[in-house]
Design a protein around this ligand. Structure first.
Ligand code: SAM
Length: 409
């Protein structure tokens, strides 16, 4: 990924040479170029600011140096390539993990660091209309910094760590705060029992020492819900704010067993949900995207299928059945949540719902997803599933299984 940063304080960006970002630069994963805005100011004092029209306090950054700097950056790529321009500003869209992911998918980002009262508004128009750049004004939070450099450091760090190869252990990105709308669970390391003062010991929660991966996954999910409810209730869906368990997430929705009358909507929702899978797996030749209405109706006869509705609208579904070849295994499939409601725990709750419907003699849960569907795989791992080595039941897929927890007496 290429990153260009324009600033009147290029030295402010020196931390980009440190730590994992510095290593990513040295490894060739990041091509960071910092430019001094004053190099594009041609008067004797290399001035980049002037008084505001209409009066008022402070100075405003002049359009001409910015236009030249941005044109120089935008024109320095390979033929036809253009960076996405990110302008930090307290009046911008809030910078979130979702936006970090979005920016991480761009091959080239340019940052314009404002100072003083900000940049002359016509520069934004110029960048969009004359240079053809997508311009995004991005805020770090609801407070005012002196300049955009600190925001760029934060944005670059959040974006770059998502790039393949920047973080040594990609698994560590999986269960972090904000990855699926929840905060991370508390973490512990050795010793299991720590004497923080003479005679005072602080112990790691016993479940983490149990070796029971399913129990650990459930405990961690519960911790994430509780922590998010306590610290950031705004992140929780209204129905989740009062939740304790995954099942409670479904409170407020109508959950029902699907009938043939639901088939047309199920077909439509599946199409909407699996487009992302098609993209992530570089193939749109996958059953939920190509099956007919008759196939959906047939599936309703072979699987127990549940629908989730909000004010009448179909917003989710899941299905389960005994594996026809292995009666001790309960297959879960067609787990779908409407795109606008994803990231709120509904998928996890639906998965739990389908698992709970398994007959008592079932010992293993099974689910299958695309090899490239990393988001799904993360959700399933968090729910205690583990990938079965080798190719999944269909080409290009992976099977995941989970042992059923013995019912407590
Ligand atoms: C003093 S601020 C300008 C504030 C501007 N007059 C306003 O009220 O919106 C100077 C520069 O700091 C940066 N900045 C300030 N607060 C920021 C924030 N919350 N997020 C991102 N950048 C910020 C922007 O680059 C901005 O142009």
């Amino acid at each position: 990924m290429r990153l260009d940063v324009v600033s009147i304080f290029p030295d402010y960006l020196a931390p980009l040479d440190l730590s994992l970002i510095g290593k990513a630069r040295r490894d060739g994963l990041l091509d960071v170029r910092v430019h001094d805005l004053r190099d594009f100011a041609h008067d004797r004092h290399r001035s980049v600011d002037d008084t505001p029209y209409g009066g008022g306090a402070g100075m405003v950054m002049k359009p001409q140096p910015w236009a030249e700097a941005l044109a120089a950056v935008a024109g320095s790529g390979v033929e036809g390539a253009r960076p996405r321009l990110v302008v930090p500003g307290p009046g911008g869209a809030p910078f979130t993990q979702t936006m970090a992911r979005e920016l991480a998918a761009e091959p080239w980002l340019a940052f314009a660091c404002g100072r003083y009262e900000g940049i002359d508004e016509r520069v934004y128009e110029f960048a969009a209309q004359d240079l053809g750049l997508e311009v995004s004004v991005v805020s770090l939070g609801d407070y005012v910094l002196n300049g955009g450099e600190v925001a760029v450091l934060a944005i670059v760090e959040a974006v770059a760590r998502l790039l393949p190869g920047v973080i040594g252990n990609a698994e560590s990105l999986v269960e972090e705060s904000h990855e699926d709308g929840l905060l991370e669970y508390p973490v512990y390391t050795k010793p299991a029992s720590w004497e923080s003062a003479p005679g005072v010991t602080r112990d790691v929660p016993p479940v983490l020492l149990s070796g029971d991966h399913g129990a650990i996954a459930r405990w961690r999910h519960q911790q994430r819900l509780e922590r998010t409810a306590a610290r950031r209730p705004d992140l929780l869906h209204a129905s989740q704010a009062v939740a304790g368990t995954s099942d409670d997430v479904l409170t407020g929705f109508d959950v029902a067993t699907a009938t043939a009358a639901d088939a047309p909507e199920l077909l439509t929702l599946a199409r909407a949900c699996w487009v992302t899978e098609g993209r992530d797996n570089a193939s749109f030749d996958i059953p939920p995207l190509v099956e007919s209405l008759d196939d959906v109706v047939e599936g309703l006869g072979q699987w127990q299928t549940w629908t989730v509705r909000a004010a009448g609208r179909l917003v989710g579904s899941v299905r389960g059945r005994r594996d026809p070849e292995d009666p001790a295994t309960w297959q879960v499939g067609r787990l779908m949540v409407a795109p606008d409601l994803q990231g709120r725990g509904l998928g996890r709750a639906l998965l739990a719902h389908a698992e709970a419907a398994a007959p008592a003699d079932v010992t293993t849960y099974w689910i299958n997803t695309g090899r490239g569907s990393e988001r799904n795989q993360r959700t399933y791992r968090r729910a205690g599933y583990r990938a079965v080595p080798g190719e999944g039941s269909h080409p290009g897929t992976v099977d995941l299984t989970k042992r059923r927890r013995a019912a407590s007496s």
